[in-house]
Design a binder for this molecule. Sequence first.
Ligand code: FUL
Length: 706
Amino acid sequence: MRKWIVLAALAAKGICGYAQNAPAPYGALPTKAQLNWHEMEMYCIIHFGVDTYTNKEWGFGDEDPKLVDPLNFNAAQIVGAAKAGGFKGIIVVAKHHDGLCLWPTQTTAHNISKSNWKNGKGDMVKEYQLACQKLGMQLGLYCSPWDRNSAYYGTPAYVDIYRKQLKELYGNYGKLFISWHDGANGGDGYYGGSREVRKIDRTTYYGWDTTWTITRALQPSAVLFGDVGPDVRWVGNEEGHAGETSWATYDPQAPDAGRQPANGYTKYELGVEGTRNGQHWMPAECDVSLRPGWFYHASQNSQVKTPYELLDLYYKSVGRGANLDLGLSPNPQGLLNNEDVTSLKEFGQLLKQTFAVNLAKGAKLTASNVRGKSSVKYSPQLLVDNDRYSYWATDDGKTTPQLVLNLAGQKTFNVIRLRENIKLGQRIEAFTVDAWFNGKWEQIASATSIGANRLIRLPRNITTTKVRLNISQSPVCIALSDFGLYKEPVHLEKPIVGRSLQGEVSIQTTAPVSAIHYTLDGSTPTKSSAVYNKPFILPKGGLVKAIAADGNKQGEVAAVQLGLSKATWKATTLQGLSERNKPAYAIDDNPNTIWSTLQPDTAQAFTPAELTVDMGSRQIIKAFTYLPRQDKRTGGLVDQYLIQTSMDGEKWELAVQGEFSNIKANPVEQVVTFKQPVTARYIRFKALHVVAGNGATAAEIGVIVN
Ligand code: FUL
């Protein structure tokens, strides 16, 4: 032991006989700010503002700041809940697309001082900063470039205003870890009263190069997040996952060649994988909200992601070398709801439980090659010291080494963790892991990129005494800093609630369990709730909550809001019928079949489309639902709509007209609640505008009656 320490000290000083130069760095490398960002792994983004009070996802810009009155606003409650979840920082949305600044800015009158909150004397950003300081959390800020309030939006004057806003935010709220710049841009808005459409060229209008110099000067330790960096790139979806293969390096490229200027990128078509050997170190951030929307909507209180759903996202983001940015949505009182707080806390406990003990610790590690004649400086022993930058390295040219771990006795695990010392770049391209069963090696896992972090969640528990790591592809010698084996606690998956075309509700689990319990009154099911044993009819729909139970264990709650049964519905459309344009696809309770009026001739312009439903009898309709296509394609996603109702199918009345904001990035079910319930037998959905393509699409439409 003593000898080892002495050798290590000598090697570190470079005076030991077999000390050897460190491996040459490979490819693009992270900056200091990016290293800090990687180490954080997870943070939260907080959306609160006029939308919290208008029940929208994007405000138009004409909202009265007086709407905002969070009587119990408590930054420490929000930041504390994030901390309990294991998150290392928060990003405050200081200004969203509606333009209302949550700090008392000098740049526009449209700010928090015009609200009644704290008699116009409050500063929300400051309160978050103080809460972060107190709780040891890092702070980041989001200031939307698109501003639907500003009269100047679209002119050079606005760009100056925007830069002044950033300067205020950079100068008055301490050290930031990230400056977050969303990609939603231009369109209709209030714009100082002109209420018009303003289009900008997103590649040139904002003059980002000049803006970034402000960030670099005032917040040198912050990373810059944007759709294509420059420091952190958007992963390309708002579902919280990176690609199975995920490179931290990236070469931004124009995905829509021909449609966009040479260096113009759209937010939605970026590679979730990054670029192998890309020129820039630009890792992916996976943003996803704890609820379906980014802002608080009471109707989504039962749709808060469960701790295990969050854990799953953790594996698919942080576990793929990206970071997880989880959206939190304070309610109109200015607090996180209890269900949100509980889910965060339990997720934090789950993470701690899973990663508390590295079962590879105490193992004897034998490598096929260690750099510098087995120098202790690059010893495989360093893989289990929980230090991201101490590492096992091989000699130059040794690119496919093996490592055998003789575990300290028999161990049971279901998660494998690997990390590279990314200060030397992202090197390894593929590897496999074997376990020793009955006298021979059997492959239990394989993966590609590693980078800052790679987690492999195994489909079953592995009990063994020996594990082998085989690096199968790397352009240069390796610099691996971590190898861990962990045991995630077993859990019962939440049941899947579905409804057939005939209107029968079924509740299932993928693995056998001793019982499924459910409720229909909104209460949380327990083992004393009704036992599910066969499909049932729920003509008016309602909230179905279900749990799986096995022995003493009970799983997480599945909560599904079913609309009125569509068993008796008939749908028609004015647009000529075709193979894809089958209105029945929109009312078959099957999200995989899509009603589509898209025309194959892509040169053809968009024509508004409509779908009319005869529900068979009169209903008192409270809300309308639109489930956009779920196949990741954007053609025909409706972002402006109109809904009419009728008693007889002849005389129609307008029920509501509006916008499905952010549907392109976050295509979740849209619920349009009517101002007052409407009695009708017929309902018509008109697509006035779509995100892309020349027609409309819908996976499902529905109505809520109770
Ligand atoms: C997007 C915005 O359009 C959404 O409203 C939300 O703020 C999300 C985090 O970023 O660009």
